[in-house]
Design a protein around this ligand. Structure first.
Ligand code: ZN
Length: 397
């Protein structure tokens, strides 16, 4: 495919976690997204709390954009702009990944038919057909988008309903691949809800199509991250190694690590903005003795004890907030309900989250990932639920 490829640089044997590069063209230049990595979360095309010029001092490479944030009018007014979605959002240097729905919202309406899916907007529900979605994508011209999937939000759907969901999702993928113009890359959505055989069928059938990668869509499931990951594992075994895999709903650092152990390359990243909204500043590190317990993952800057704490959020952090401000000042801004509080917090949290992925890649590269990640997961109190074999052999490509 032109302007887009995925290079697998390193993989463990037996095959579990991987180091790779997504290579894409933007403004006639080759850009690289190193994996494991994340698509930074946006609301209406903007990273929460930050302006595009704030973003330039954070090493962001890729963003996830959601159609439902643009669907107040139908067709969205942004589709009348013919310069493409990168230019419309002033995000011309970034890899933009599109999906229909917001992966951070776990509750969705699920009134779908063979012809359309329903999505939620500020102005109420909207129906989107495959034809409309592909037409919007052909106008927006994102780098990658996920095909439409028939999400189920029923807690215990029948096998018949799950089969129908897999069939619809595959049919919609076929229609999408027929109608999309060259140069926009489609990731197929792997579904199958909680039915083992349907997850296998969905993975195998999607892998038979000419897709550029896969999305493991667990956000229709009202389950814990651990249960979601267990279901994704069934699908992952049936996906080819040479294409990237994106997973939704595993944003907390310990689940990022567990997801990487299972071969996931890219995560949806609403975690930094969610933590920012709570007044939390991220402090976890992927190092030997990086965290000793769950409480060390963040500090709560609403806590009165930071009133006279004149240290940066995190010693050694190179972000703008840590280089120029103190915990006490951010506490003061939070208590005064000043908007700059969340701007500074988000600057740190996003920088820190991206640094975490950088440390993961470094750690896979120098073969310390297994030990560091296992220690982190143990400290997060989910050890009894995990199955990690510590002895991997690495293969370089
Ligand atoms: Zn910082």
């Amino acid at each position: 495919m032109s302007g887009f490829s995925f290079n697998l640089l390193k993989i463990t044997d037996p095959s579990r976690f991987r180091l790779g590069q997504l290579i894409f063209s933007r403004n006639k230049q080759e850009k690289i997204l190193d994996t494991p990595n994340c698509f930074v979360y946006t609301m209406r095309g903007s990273v929460p709390h930050l302006t595009p010029d704030n973003l330039q001092i954070i090493p962001v490479d890729s963003l996830g954009i959601t159609l439902e944030h643009f669907l107040e009018a139908q067709p969205p007014t942004s589709t009348h702009f013919m310069g493409g979605i990168h230019k419309f959002l002033n995000l011309e240097d970034y890899l933009l990944f599109f999906d229909v729905r917001d992966s951070s919202k776990l509750l969705h309406i699920s009134f779908n038919t063979d012809k359309y899916v329903s999505v939620v907007t500020n102005q109420g529900c909207r129906k989107v057909t495959v034809e409309e979605y592909v037409r919007y994508m052909n106008i927006y011209n994102p780098d990658i988008f996920a095909s439409i999937s028939d999400l189920i939000t029923d807690k215990n759907p029948s096998l018949k309903r799950v089969k129908k969901s897999v069939d619809r999702t595959l049919n919609w993928l076929d229609e999408t691949l027929e109608q999309i113009k060259e140069g926009i890359h489609v990731f197929g959505v792997v579904t199958g809800h909680d039915k083992h055989e349907e997850r296998v069928r969905s993975a195998q059938e999607t892998a038979n199509r000419n897709v550029a990668g896969f999305v493991l869509n667990g956000f229709d499931l009202d389950v814990t991250s651990k249960e979601r990951l267990d279901l994704m594992k069934i699908s992952l075994k049936h996906l080819p190694k040479n294409k990237p895999r994106v997973a939704y709903g595993l944003g907390a650092p310990e689940y990022v690590l567990l997801g990487i152990f299972e071969g996931i390359d890219i995560f949806d990243a609403s975690y930094p903005s969610e933590q920012t909204s709570l007044g939390h500043a991220l402090t976890f590190l992927l190092l030997e003795n990086g965290i000793q317990n769950e409480q060390e993952k963040f500090i709560d800057l609403w806590d009165n004890k930071y009133r006279t704490d004149f240290r940066p959020i995190l010693n050694g952090c190179k972000c703008y907030a840590c280089q120029n401000h103190t915990r006490a000042y951010i506490f003061h801004l939070l208590v005064a309900h000043e908007m700059l509080a969340t701007v500074l917090l988000m600057s740190h949290n996003l920088f820190h989250y991206l640094q975490f992925f950088k440390d993961i890649r470094k750690s896979i590269n120098n073969n310390t990932f297994t030990n560091n990640a296992m220690q982190f997961i143990r400290a997060s109190n989910i050890t009894d639920e995990i199955d990690i074999k510590p002895n991997f052999n690495y293969r370089n490509y």
